[in-house]
Design a protein around this ligand. Structure first.
Ligand code: HEM
Length: 526
């Protein structure tokens, strides 16, 4: 349990400007660094030559788990050390806000949970978390199976025709269908068809990605949404999405049943016509929520829960296509648990519980390709770090922009053996590097759920973040991804149609492939 403060600190514009000037003087002048962090001057090629998370890795290897990176007038602190990351995410979550990320996402997600200021976040987190209760998650397992059956049907046609299929695109479609039904009982049907709302959603996701990598927020300038074609299109697409979401909210409110939270959590979902999260939020008795807040919640979950899951599946399959021996083992596990009678049958929750290797395949993909690869924060008050580079005592100064590089943390040779190797079985045994001071290592005995997490790894593995701002959809997403992976591997064998070294990475809100994941498929013979 996390104790929530009544209020948290606030940053004024003058705090940010004053810190900015100080940092420039300290970086380029002869003033000593007030936070005591090593300063690295970044190469401009790092900003334009490829994804920023890749560029940060060599600096991490050279300067350690805490360093300050300056690109021209921009200065930010990069953290890649499990002990430091634990301090920031778990021990001091309310000494930070989402900084630049909130500025970028606010026009799309409004006051949704990811960018929301503390006061709104506290209320909405309290309202949303109970929606992800056990009975609902159990019901979701059925929904995952149902949507993936549609995907199997579609892939079967492609397998028989020998076509090359972009599996990244297919995983995006199935996860969009799932999140639409789960969150607001809306059937995008994107596995089988195109529609204006689907392309509007994709366009807005692309715009979120564009904004997250663009350095000047030109979209905030007056008339940008009229004069800049890209922004004009974005505005039109937001109108399409907002109209749809507002329509769904109205519809849900017209059939409101208002029940107590406890009763709602005991609902027999097999008898419920609309099992969506929206329905739950509208039905909770005493829920004091405005239509615009509901819209923001729905939009946030649509974006947070769609591309992320698709990316995990894409990278898991990418890694598996290069490990035929591992695939054999995984498929054997699936056959042992599920039998081979009906290859279209979705697994039950109890079956997933028995498929450890399949689950660890998902976790290992999340380790190698964390979504998002960087968590963004801004410091609301001075935070002394438990340790810095070498013997330095470092303090994060109020106003400082902070990047937590999950990519570096997950691929740190200090914590992981063969860090770049896809090896799901690593999660079966404990490991520890006694050279990393104060880090307890990984211990599978500490697992509380079905998947490796930050607790068992002492914050070296944080695919869903950690602490108060941890993902609320972690169980939903891991189960969803495991069911998709199990169902596709059970029915087909996949052949990657490109040299793996040519499947590049592009950074949006998540890590995408540079040009899709082209595969041919064969129906498995059993
Ligand atoms: C937050 C990852 C799926 C909803 C986060 C964070 C991460 C993350 C790393 C923390 C961000 C930070 O600290 O800055 C993922 C991954 C997913 C996934 C890798 C899939 C594999 C989902 C799903 C939903 C969801 C399915 C909802 C249905 C959210 C929300 C937050 C969040 C609302 C904000 C929580 C808060 O600030 O209180 N996610 N997520 N995510 N995620 Fe997820």
């Amino acid at each position: 349990t996390i104790l929530l403060p009544d209020e948290v600190k606030d940053l004024k514009l003058r705090d940010i400007i004053s810190l900015w000037i100080t940092q420039i003087l300290q970086t380029y002048g002869d003033k000593p660094s007030s936070d005591n962090a090593p300063i690295v001057e970044g190469e401009i090629d790092d900003l334009v030559g490829g994804p920023i998370f890749l560029a940060l890795y060599p600096y991490f290897r050279k300067y350690g788990g805490v360093f300050k990176l300056a690109f021209g007038p921009k200065v930010f602190m990069v953290l890649s050390d499990p002990v430091v990351v634990k301090e920031v995410l778990k021990e001091k979550p309310f000494s930070f806000d989402k900084g630049v990320l909130a500025e970028i996402l606010e026009p799309i997600m409004g006051q949704g949970l990811i960018p929301a200021p503390y006061k709104v976040w506290k209320e909405r987190r309290r309202a949303l978390v109970p929606g992800f209760h056990k009975a609902w998650l159990d019901h979701m397992v059925g929904l995952f199976g149902h949507c993936n059956k549609e995907l199997l049907k579609n892939l079967e046609v492609q397998a028989k025709s020998g076509a090359v299929v972009d599996m990244e695109e297919r995983f995006c479609s199935v996860s969009l269908d799932i999140i639409g039904l789960a969150v607001f009982n809306y059937d995008f049907g994107s596995v089988t068809k195109e529609s204006p709302i689907i392309s509007a959603v994709y366009n807005c996701l692309q715009e979120a990605a564009h904004r997250s990598t663009f350095y000047v927020p030109y979209w905030d300038l007056p008339l940008a949404d009229v004069l800049v074609p890209r922004q004009r299109k974005f505005k039109q697409n937001m109108t399409v999405i907002n109209d749809t979401l507002n329509g769904l909210i109205k519809q849900a409110q017209q059939m409101s049943y208002t029940e107590d939270l406890e009763e709602l959590q005991k609902r027999d979902y097999s008898k419920v016509k609309d099992p969506s999260l929206l329905r739950f939020l509208v039905d909770v008795r005493g829920a004091d929520v405005t239509d615009s807040q509901l819209r923001d919640d729905l939009m946030t979950m649509l974006i947070a829960g769609h591309e992320t899951t698709a990316a995990v599946l894409t990278w898991a399959l990418f890694c598996l296509t290069q490990k035929p021996e591992l695939v054999k083992k995984v498929v054997q596990e699936i056959d042992d648990v599920m039998g081979t009678d009906d290859l279209n049958r979705p697994p039950t929750y109890e079956e997933i519980e028995k498929m450890e290797l399949s689950r660890f395949c998902v976790a290992e993909a999340l380790r190698l390709y964390p979504e998002p690869p960087i968590l963004i924060r801004r410091c609301l008050e001075d935070v002394p770090l438990p340790r810095g580079a070498g013997d330095r005592d470092i303090t994060l100064i109020k106003g400082m922009d902070v990047f937590i590089s999950v990519w570096n943390l997950h691929r740190s040779p200090e914590c992981w053996e063969n860090p770049d190797e896809y090896d799901p079985e690593r999660f079966k045994k404990p490991f520890k590097n006694p050279g990393v001071k104060d880090w307890a290592g990984y211990n599978p005995d500490l697992l509380t759920g079905l998947y490796p997490n930050e607790i068992a790894s002492d914050y070296a593995f944080i695919p869903f973040g950690a602490g108060a701002r941890k993902c609320i959809g972690d169980q939903f997403a891991t189960l969803e991804a495991t069911i998709s992976l199990v169902m596709t591997l059970r029915k087909f064998t996949f052949n990657l149609q490109k040299d793996p070294n040519e499947i590049g990475m592009e950074m949006g809100a998540t890590i995408h492939t540079a040009g899709g994941l082209p595969c041919t498929l064969k129906l498995r013979e059993v």
